[in-house]
Design a binder for this molecule. Structure first.
Ligand SMILES: O=P(O)(O)OC[C@H]1O[C@](O)(CO)[C@@H](O)[C@@H]1O
Length: 502
């Protein structure tokens, strides 16, 4: 049984939140800090190697109580249970949503265990040089051909975990723009490169076009039989993969209960597994699973994904904010924001509710951002003095991987300085000109993690996955379909036919 479909605006909590908002909207957070000396610790949450501080938000303990009431009335607890127990909560596609099962080693389905061991064997052969190209040379380069969820997640994780990488060179081809594939092919040698064609459906125009171009390029210097040593596929569509000419032992499975944007934990992450080795890949999965348990079992008052999801709703629906920024103070997380953009916006960019009615409140915020400190010199002016209120996540790792202490101290001091400047502004200070005034009162979450490891990265990504789900339940939308991408694809097919004729 799926969980009840509640319009959030019809709940008692929503009405109370509306009144509460009217009373709180002009209050400066600085006053909330002066009234309560333990505000920082009251609104900080420790979990594993994470410390999440939400004290710099325009909230009081009453705000949280009302948001918990809203979660109760919209049946969040029941929704979490339904998702984890495999109910087909993706109703418009009649599918369960079980990416969490890809990282649960205790209850893992046999086909997942089998796929993981297939990944282990394959990646070990590639890394050790046992797997040879068709001319007998070991593999030096791995190229992932995929787009959307079959590209963004693996690419992001491979870059984020560069510190843990081996000698292999990794490349990602996604865009149908021929310059993308051709520039990548300039860098690789067909004799020592393996191509991973990753597509859940194996019908995606960009991926198939790129895969065919690569295949033609490969066959300029090799025979058809050599394909078995250089082409591998990850897909649910075995028939289409076989038609493409990929040997059956080179096919890795996917399942319809894993959404593309939640699939980096499956064989879709094969490129990452080759780059960092199976042991590290498994650690990524275990870190995500630890967060799954936290999300499933922790009371909402201490539940980090729940708290962050509720705060988004508070800002989007009461303060009417339209965007949220994410600023990781780690260059390794340079690709986190593009990955989150698909995860959040493809999931929650919906205008029809779970009862089929058009929605009259805001859903799916625009997600944007980039790494600190670079972002400080790009768009922080707007965060500090612009007319828009932009709730922002600040993420940092306290320990630096390269032990560059001076750099790390400067990075951390900027991290803390920015959240304080956004909080306090110049309130209480005499400024000689209005242009130098900072209003402050701009909300931030601080996500402070001990160290960037495969495990902690897994936890961080799972945290955001669950935040998406929390928002979706509160907004009463289906977070796991993506019909909004179809119309453009259909028109593009028609345009292509016309262009080809001309
Ligand atoms: O893995 P596939 O089937 O090639 O799909 C790629 C991407 O395309 C989308 O369907 C959007 O067009 C995404 O949801 C998905 O991640």
């Amino acid at each position: 049984m799926s969980f009840p479909k509640v319009n959030p605006t019809q709940t008692t909590a929503w009405k109370k939140l509306q009144y509460h908002f009217e009373a709180l909207k002009k209050v400066h957070m600085m006053d909330l800090f002066s009234e309560n000396v333990s505000r920082k610790s009251d609104f900080s949450y420790q979990w594993d190697a994470f410390e999440v501080d939400i004290s710099k938000n325009r909230i009081t303990s009453e705000t949280l109580s009302l948001l918990f009431q809203l979660a109760g009335e919209t049946k969040l607890k029941e929704a979490i249970e339904a998702q984890f127990s495999g109910v087909a909560i993706n109703e418009t596609e009649d599918r369960a949503v079980l990416h969490t099962e890809l990282r649960n080693f205790k209850t893992m389905k046999p086909e997942v265990t089998e796929a993981l061991s297939q990944m282990k064997v394959f990646s070990e052969k590639i890394i050790s040089g046992v797997w040879k190209g068709h001319t007998g040379k070991p593999i030096t380069d791995v190229v992932n051909i995929g787009i959307g969820g079959s590209d963004l997640g693996p690419d992001m994780v491979t870059e984020a975990l560069a510190f843990y990488r081996n000698h292999l060179n990794l490349h990602y081809i996604s865009n149908v723009d021929g310059d993308h594939v051709m520039e990548t092919l300039k860098k690789v040698d067909p004799e020592t490169t393996v191509f991973l064609i990753v597509s859940k459906t194996f019908t995606t125009q960009e991926t198939l076009t790129n895969a065919n171009t690569v295949r033609e390029w490969f066959l300029e210097t090799a025979s058809e039989v050599a394909i078995a040593k250089h082409f591998v596929a990850v897909s649910t569509n075995l028939e289409a993969v076989q038609k493409f000419g990929i040997a059956s032992e080179n096919i890795f499975p996917m399942w319809d209960w894993v959404g593309g944007r939640f699939s980096l934990w499956s064989a879709v992450g094969l490129s990452t597994c080759c780059a960092i080795g199976y042991k590290n890949f498994e650690s990524l999965l275990k870190g995500a699973h630890a967060m799954d348990i936290h999300f499933q079992e922790t009371d909402f008052s201490e539940n980090i994904p729940v708290l962050l999801g509720l705060l988004s709703v508070w800002y989007a629906n009461f303060f009417k904010t339209e965007t949220e920024a994410v600023i990781p103070y780690s260059q390794y997380l340079n690709k986190l924001v593009p990955y989150l953009q698909q995860a959040f916006m493809e999931s929650n960019g919906k205008g029809v509710d779970r009862n089929g009615n058009e929605i009259e409140y805001q859903t799916g915020s625009v997600i944007w951002g980039s790494t600190g400190t670079n972002a400080q010199h790009a768009f922080f002016q707007l965060l500090h003095q612009g007319t828009k209120l932009i709730p922002t996540d600040f993420i940092v790792f306290t320990e630096s991987l390269h032990k560059k202490i001076e750099h790390q101290n400067k990075l951390l001091s900027n991290f803390y300085a920015q959240t304080e400047a956004l909080l306090y502004g110049t309130k209480g200070e005499e400024m000689e000109t209005p242009y130098k005034v900072f209003q402050g009162n701009r909300p931030t979450n601080s996500i402070v993690i001990k160290k960037l490891t495969p495990y902690s990265l897994g936890s961080l990504l799972a945290l955001y996955e669950h935040k998406i789900f929390v928002q979706g339940v509160l907004w009463n939308i289906f977070s796991y379909d993506q019909w909004g991408v179809e119309l453009g694809k259909k028109i593009a097919v028609e345009k292509l036919a016309k262009l080809q004729k001309e």
